[in-house]
Design a protein. Structure first.
Length: 284
């Protein structure tokens, strides 16, 4: 496995795969790799011959008060994990390689950016769309895999690929969880022992709401309100806990059969922001 840090270097590598008639998959990450990332690599390997992983902590997707400086950087062990997972090449560029000193273009995102994390983190998805747009142009993969953990990201990138005509198939991998239900995340490293014990309550709340919906609960708002109160009592600060349309990322107050919804929550445990979601599709 090669670790490559120049654009020409990774382009040449991908070209060598394609010249041999091999299909190329791509898994973008910010490093601090865990089983969630590895599951996306394994999923990509089902579709393609060679998987490229990028490891890049993208400054453009962090707000001024967010954790860009603190974000865990564990390049050596990340490379070992990629090698063990059968990754063909890692693209690990510096900021200077990815961003020009002076730029003149900015991406704006319309309504898909109004709710969920788009509503809470100004500039977040603009930063993601910018960097993924670049990475897809650099790597030109046949398939790119993203996690359901960041489901709004997936939905926005799906739209980006469609509207900007990227020639790539996007695939969404399921959320990998710890035994107690907590969604794996590089940011879980910030949690204290006590906070780590409380953290799975977000997934428990989402699972409870899902069950209520499946059991035909009429007053969705009330069910959500109860769960918010329970989480607050455990010391979590709620950013949002709602049901959204998968297609439009707008909140709904009713779940209809045969439509796709995202039951999603974002909470703060101390300074650490946790997100999680469950996709809901009722059949009649
Ligand atoms: P990140 O390094 O956090 O930017 O995430 C890189 C990719 O891994 C994104 O597509 C995430 O959605 C995905 N990912 C993060 N956590 C998980 C998880 N627990 N299970 C599956 N995929 C995940």
């Amino acid at each position: 496995m090669e670790a490559i840090n120049t654009i020409q270097g990774i382009r040449d590598k991908v070209a060598s795969f394609k010249n041999e008639g091999l299909k190329v998959g791509f898994v973008p990450t910010m490093g601090a790799l865990h089983e969630g990332h590895i599951s996306l690599i394994k999923l990509a390997q089902k579709y393609v011959d060679e998987v490229v992983v990028s490891i890049y902590v993208n400054p453009k997707q962090f707000g001024p008060d967010e954790d860009f400086e603190e974000y865990p950087r564990t390049m050596e062990s990340d490379l070992a994990k990629c090698e063990a997972a059968g990754v063909s090449a890692v693209f690990a560029p510096s900021d200077a390689i990815i961003y020009e000193d002076e730029t003149y273009l900015n991406i704006t995102i319309d309504s898909l950016n109004t709710y969920m994390d788009g509503g809470s983190r100004p500039g977040f998805f603009e930063g993601i769309v910018t960097v993924v747009n670049k990475l897809l142009n650099i790597i030109t993969p046949d398939v790119a895999v993203f996690g359901q953990k960041d489901v709004q990201q997936f939905r926005i990138l799906q739209q980006m690929v469609r509207e900007f005509n990227h020639n790539v198939q996007l695939i969404m991998g399921p959320i990998i969880r710890a035994n107690d239900g907590l969604a794996l995340s590089s940011r879980n490293a910030y949690l204290s022992g006590e906070q780590r014990k409380v953290a799975p309550s977000l997934y428990r709340a989402l699972s409870y709401v899902k069950k209520q919906i499946e059991n035909g609960a009429k007053n969705l708002d009330l069910v959500l309100k109860h769960q918010k109160t329970e989480l607050e009592a455990k010391g979590l600060k709620i950013d949002y806990l709602d049901v959204f349309s998968f297609d439009t990322i707008a909140p709904v107050n009713e779940v209809k059969p045969k439509q796709k919804y995202i039951l999603a929550g974002a909470v703060y445990l101390g300074e650490t922001r946790l997100i999680d979601n469950i996709i809901i599709e009722l059949h009649d």
